[in-house]
Structures are given as C-alpha cells and as structure tokens.
Ligand binder design. Structure first.
Ligand SMILES: [Zn+2]
Ligand SMILES: [Zn+2]
Length: 255
C-alpha cells in the first residue's frame, strides 16, 4: 500500500460544501473501484489548493485506464463543480502493509480480512498476497465491487465486537464463525461473484470457534458437507481446515 495525496485547484470561486460533496463523491467512486482503500480522507486547504490524503494498493493504482463508468462520471463532476483534475503525489509506501500478488493468473482466490485490516480482502490462493479488486472484472451489477466492500466492513465490525470482549461479543463471534450467519451468507455470495467473473474457485474463511459442549469430532468435519477437512499441513501458515468442494477454510485456535 502507498500513501498518496490528491490536490485540486479551484477553477473559480467554489464554496466549501460543494468542494467536500464533489470530492467525497469522487473518492467514493475510487473506493468502489478498489483504487482507494482508506475510509478516512484527511483534507487540507492551503493557498486555495485542497489536498486529500488516501491509501492506495499500488503505486500506479490511480491511473485513469482503470476507471469505471461511474468513476469517469464522478471525475467529470469535478470540473462541473469548478475544481481541477486531481494532481497525484505518491508520498511513500506504507511500511506495515502486506505485499501485492505478483502471480500472472492466480489459480484460486481467498476472501479474507480481519478487524484492523485496511487492505483489499481478496487474496491470491497461490501466494496469499493481496489482489487489488481492479485486477478482476467488477463483481457487482453496478460495475463495482460494492458487495465485497460492504461485506468487509460488516466483517470488521463483527470481528471488532468479538475482539473487544464486550458489547456484541457473542453476536460478532457467531457472525464470523458460523456458516449460517447472515455475514457468512453474504461472504459466500461474494465468493460466488468472484468465481463467476474469474472462473476460478474462491474460498471463504470461517473464524475458529469452539463453543463449550461441541463434540471435538464434529470440529474435524466441514460444517457444510460433513467431510473430514483437517489438512496434513497448514495452508499459507494460517488455515488448518479446507474443504475444496464447499470452498471453505478455517483454523485451529491459536494460543
Ligand atoms: Zn499470487
Ligand atoms: Zn465441505
């Protein structure tokens, strides 16, 4: 991931509300196209120039050749509102971010995120590095990746609840670990969308959960097809369980 600034010059007198509304519309379209990752967009205004700071997956993620139809429209709105086209400055690489997949064509994908991740949740099944959304065709009917984006947000809320061990802890745990939760259903639907546009399998990760009283034998069975799904060796140093027909993954508790 890289941190970049996008600077906009007013072409005529523009009020602050119009600037914020038009820029947010543009940033939102960039985000739904996977070209901007961060949700928070700190803004400065100095000598009339408005700058916004964003996280992007790759150094060249903001290239216009990746633009969707809605993004082209949002960029057109900048001029209509009296703002210049963005001047992009790459400020540097984010030191703690994961690597981006370099495989020519991944053989499969994994949908994976966690409570503090700001990265794209699509992972390469071969190297487990991050695959920016725009490398695969849009998964939603709107020509964006919005379903995956919204699933990721909901997943992170649920994961935060269970991590904080207070409000909504049981709810969060159920959502991320149970195959039949609304969150899992949404996530599995996202995986099917990825499979539809890539013609490659996409795995869904179920968080490990061992409620008291659950027969340990049942833990060794895929929760969907009941086949044995314990792997001889951990996959990507993370997953102990994998069911290929059901495209499900999980792991043993980490102490
Ligand atoms: Zn890869
Ligand atoms: Zn299965």
């Amino acid at each position: 991931m890289y941190t970049a600034s996008l600077s906009f010059r007013p072409l005529r007198k523009v009020d602050a509300d119009t600037i914020v509304r038009t820029l947010f519309q543009y940033l939102d379209a960039l985000q739904m196209n996977g070209q901007v990752l961060s949700d928070e967009w700190p803004m400065t205004r100095s000598k009339g120039i408005v700058s916004v700071f964003v996280s992007i997956p790759e150094r060249d993620s903001l290239r216009t050749s990746l633009e969707s139809k809605s993004l082209r429209w949002a960029r057109g709105e900048l001029a209509a509102a009296g703002l210049s086209q963005p001047k992009v400055t790459i400020l540097g690489a984010e030191p703690t971010s994961s690597s981006i997949c370099k495989c020519a064509t991944p053989n499969c994908y994994i949908l994976y995120t966690y409570y503090v991740s700001s990265e794209c949740p699509l992972r390469c099944g071969d190297c487990f590095d991050v695959v920016p959304y725009y490398r695969i065709p849009p998964t939603s009917k709107t020509g964006t990746y919005e379903h995956i984006y919204f699933w990721q947000k909901n997943y992170q809320f649920c994961d935060t609840f269970q991590m904080n061990c207070g409000v909504g802890e049981r709810f969060g745990m159920y959502q991320i670990s149970n195959l039949n939760s609304r969150l899992s259903k949404d996530g599995l639907e996202c995986c099917r969308q990825v499979e539809r546009v890539t013609s490659k399998p996409c795995f869904y990760y179920l968080y490990y959960y061992s409620p008291r009283g659950l027969n340990p034998k049942r833990r060794l069975q895929c929760p969907k097809c009941k086949r044995t799904w314990l792997l001889d060796e951990r996959w990507h140093d993370k997953f102990d369980f994998r069911c290929d027909p059901c495209r499900l993954l999980s792991n043993l508790a980490q102490n």
